[in-house]
Design a protein around this ligand. Structure first.
Ligand SMILES: Nc1ncnc2c1ncn2[C@@H]1O[C@H](COP(=O)(O)OP(=O)(O)OP(=O)(O)O)[C@@H](O)[C@H]1O
Length: 771
């Protein structure tokens, strides 16, 4: 049993692997307690009331740092960690500046160096595909190949449930291709996440033996490698929704595979209803004698799915259970609950590194700041590992990173070292990360909520569902047997919800409604939802779209709404782009929206926070964040994106490159919409703020006599996030891009306004509210 291993002296986490619960469970620690991480590195917990009747949350109550996201909560100096232990070489708590210096040296040495890789030749690709054939035939799903082909050919809809790693996502599209099902259209596979779409496509292209973008391609927002010759196309569900705008019957597809259906993202739920209706329409056209129309096949897939529910929704679809997994994964639960799960993850990672066989580690955490905090701690403590143990190299992945950065997790660690990937639930489904043998599951994630009455989003740390925990475990055992360390007791697991609440029941619905309306579905309240969203949520979103002039008095899509739907951004941003044409500031609008597409363009390492703040002053505009971002971009362009300049000025150059990429794409979208993307307002930047107000007039607040800000919508007292250039400043009126409840109602992307601008920006809306 794992708890017998010789481990860190100060703290050893004991795991139970035989199903016997050793201590009484303290489920509340996982489900309902507020974990309050103290700046000095200790953590305390106290009972708090659940934030809602049906969700229980661990909501960390720490004030955010200037670089933290509204939802982030973990202090970078927080986890209590081991001091040097003579037997293991690990060390006990106590930050040391000397260590931090050494950490930098280590970082430079340890980061895998990029090698110049030659493009493989066609022969090399064919050879690789041949080599992979044996592996393909060894997958559990292979024995079901013929029956899968038969069932998909004979049925309009099929639901396939098979263990994680059994081969569903990589093999089934190939089986269908080999069986001739791509003769009349492409086989599409939708994924909730872009990192999965990219990697699956790359893998399947290798297995097929052609370069990516030919037989097998992928399409994600701002990056499309597929071509008209692509027979298998991996894509995000968002891209599929976008394609519906130009191909209402999705005629270019013969089969649509909706993968990871258990995730129930808002977009996937909309797609369920759409493809169901499209399949029916295509069938009716065929029955009426249309020779040019082919039937559409739908395949629903997941390892953790309520198959009966899906079957019922898709006209009693055939259910196929594919048994068998490739390699076993042993689950180890902690014997005691672990209230400070970041600390526990750190200790467990070092325990594994010291005691277990080679193989990389994947840790699931809740968000960027928590990941960056653990990354630093691992780097700091790994320095003191004895040379015989080898290096432990942290490798973060989270949604705000650009795709190229996310791809780094797939690069092999240098020989003799061990990689530890620190991920949010972005890495929870679909992907195979080579060499992962160990998974550490903290049991928590950040869950998005939405209060339709006041239009506020929340992002709270909550326990995962059983389905998520199983998916996390399934990232191991794909190339060899694995171990999954759950940082919660077995009883805690038993008490988790089976599945997460579908996003459609807890999210802002504006984008989804705009997509539905743009594809001709006017009566959205009657749409065939698998689970109905709340009436108040639907109504509020309809009202907001009306205020944005996307809908007319009858709720029908206006010309503005049709144009807005064509932009790959949320409705308020799309409105800003359209408004920028009238106000002649499209260049600036595109630039600021691109800058807002990353979490932040500034970097502020905790050891150099003051220096970073000082550097930032150079770009700071008294008007707030929008123009500060623009100033930074101008400065960045004047030095042609020089990396040394970025480093000296604490600008995240990777994020800036992503910004430039998004800007390029948005320019193309504007050109397609017949706009001139170069139209600039020059130095009259007040116009840019007025333009943003046309999309964000609902996100405004007025200064109160007591010095606080009160939101115009909902009358909430809101706080400017410390990362904003208007933090601590008082302005008569402000506008913001984001309002999220974490520990307070925090706003980000904040700029100053004159209150007189409000009624000019949205006379309909402000007129109504005064009446
Ligand atoms: N990029 C990759 N590199 C190496 N092996 C891979 C890769 N992608 C897939 N594999 C191998 O193929 C197997 C099947 O992967 P696939 O994604 O098809 O499984 P799955 O059943 O869809 O899993 P999940 O339910 O987790 O999405 C993996 O277990 C792994 O052995």
């Amino acid at each position: 049993m794992f708890n017998n291993v010789k481990a860190v002296k100060r703290k050893v986490i004991t795991f139970d692997d035989d199903g016997e619960v050793v201590s009484r469970p303290e489920v509340s620690k996982l489900r309902g307690e507020k974990v309050n991480r103290q700046p000095n590195g200790t953590s305390s917990s106290k009972h708090v009331k659940d934030s809602s009747a049906d969700t229980k949350s661990i909501n960390k109550a720490q004030e955010p740092s200037p670089t933290s996201t509204p939802a982030s909560s973990h202090s970078s100096s927080s986890a209590s960690t081991p001091s040097v232990n003579s037997s293991t070489g690990l060390k006990e708590p106590g930050p040391s500046t000397k260590k931090q210096k050494r950490q930098l040296q280590y970082q430079n040495e340890a980061r895998p160096k990029k090698l110049a890789i030659k493009e493989p030749t066609t022969e090399a690709m064919v050879k690789k595909a041949k080599d992979l054939r044996k592996h393909r035939q060894s997958l559990p799903i292979y024995s079901a190949r013929d029956i899968i082909i038969k069932e998909v050919k004979e049925n309009a809809c099929v639901v396939i449930v098979g263990e994680t790693g059994s081969g569903k996502t990589t093999q089934i599209p190939q089986y269908l291709l080999e069986s001739g099902l791509a003769a009349h259209g492409t086989i599409s596979v939708t994924q909730p996440r872009r990192v999965a779409a990219i990697n699956l496509a790359k893998r399947v292209a290798e297995e097929v033996g052609t370069p990516i973008g030919q037989k097998v391609g992928y399409s994600i927002r701002f990056d499309d490698t597929s071509s008209k010759d692509s027979l298998i196309k991996y894509m995000t569900d968002g891209i599929m929704l976008r394609e519906l705008l130009s191909d209402r019957l999705l005629l270019r597809y013969s089969v649509i595979i909706l993968d990871e259906a258990h995730e129930r993202t808002l977009r996937t739920d909309i797609l369920f209803g759409m493809v169901k209706s499209i399949q029916k329409q295509r069938q009716e056209m065929i029955e009426k004698g249309r020779k040019d129309i082919q039937p559409l096949k739908i395949v629903i897939m997941s390892a953790t799915l309520d198959a009966e529910k899906f079957s019922e929704y898709f006209y009693n679809a055939k259910i196929m259970y594919i048994s068998g997994r490739q390699f076993p994964v042993k689950i180890l639960n902690t014997i005691e609950p672990q209230p400070d799960y970041v600390d526990s993850a750190l200790v467990t990672a070092f325990q594994i590194h010291q005691e277990e066989a080679p193989g990389d580690i994947l840790i699931f955490l809740t968000g960027q700041e928590e990941i960056e905090s653990l990354e630093k701690l691992i780097e700091e403590y790994a320095v003191d590992l004895p040379p015989s143990v080898g290096k432990l190299i942290p490798c973060p992945i989270f949604a705000a990173q650009d795709s190229a950065t996310q791809q780094k997790i797939f690069e092999p660690a240098p020989p003799g070292t061990r990689k530890v990937i620190l991920a949010t639930n972005i890495a929870e489904t679909s992907i195979t990360i080579p060499n992962i043998r160990y998974v550490i599951d903290t049991g928590c994630h950040k869950s998005r909520g939405y209060n339709a009455k006041i239009g506020i989003e929340s992002l709270l740390v909550e326990p995962v569902s059983k389905s998520s925990a199983r998916q996390r475990m399934g990232r191991a055992g794909r190339e060899a047997p694995g171990l999954c360390f759950r940082l919660y007791t077995e009883d805690s697991f038993d008490q988790l919800e089976e599945d997460a609440i579908p996003e459609i029941k807890r999210c802002n619905l504006e984008s989804a409604i705009l997509s539905l309306k743009a594809t001709g579905i006017d009566n959205v309240t009657e749409f065939d939802f698998m689970d109905r969203p709340s009436k108040s949520g639907l109504l509020r979103s309809l009202e907001h779209l009306y205020a944005l002039e996307a809908l007319n008095d009858e709720g029908k899509l206006t010309e503005v709404g049709t144009k807005m739907a064509a932009f790959p951004v949320d409705p308020p941003y799309a409105k800003v782009l359209l408004q920028s044409e009238k106000m002649e500031c499209t260049k600036e609008a595109i630039e600021i929206i691109s800058l807002l597409s990353v979490d932040t363009i500034f970097s502020a390492p905790s050891s150099k926070r003051e220096e970073a703040n000082e550097a930032r002053q150079k770009f700071t505009s008294l008007d707030g964040d929008h123009l500060t971002l623009l100033n930074t971009l101008r400065a960045y362009e004047s030095v042609k994106g020089d990396r040394d300049w970025c480093r000296e000025n604490f600008i995240n150059s990777r994020h800036m490159r992503h910004v430039m990429d998004v800007r390029k794409q948005l320019i193309q979208f504007c050109e397609r919409a017949g706009m001139d993307p170069k139209k600039s307002c020059g130095h009259d930047l007040e116009i840019v703020l007025k333009c943003f107000l046309a999309g964000f007039f609902q996100n405004t607040a007025l200064l109160q006599p007591d010095g606080t800000y009160r939101s115009i919508l909902g009358g909430l007292t809101i706080s400017v996030h410390p990362s904003s250039s208007l933090f601590g400043k008082k302005r008569e009126a402000i506008m913001y891009n984001e309002l999220v409840f974490t520990t307070k109602h925090y706003i980000r992307g904040v700029s100053a306004l004159e209150s007189a601008w409000l009624s000019q920006a949205a006379p309909k809306y402000f007129g109504q509210r005064r009446a």
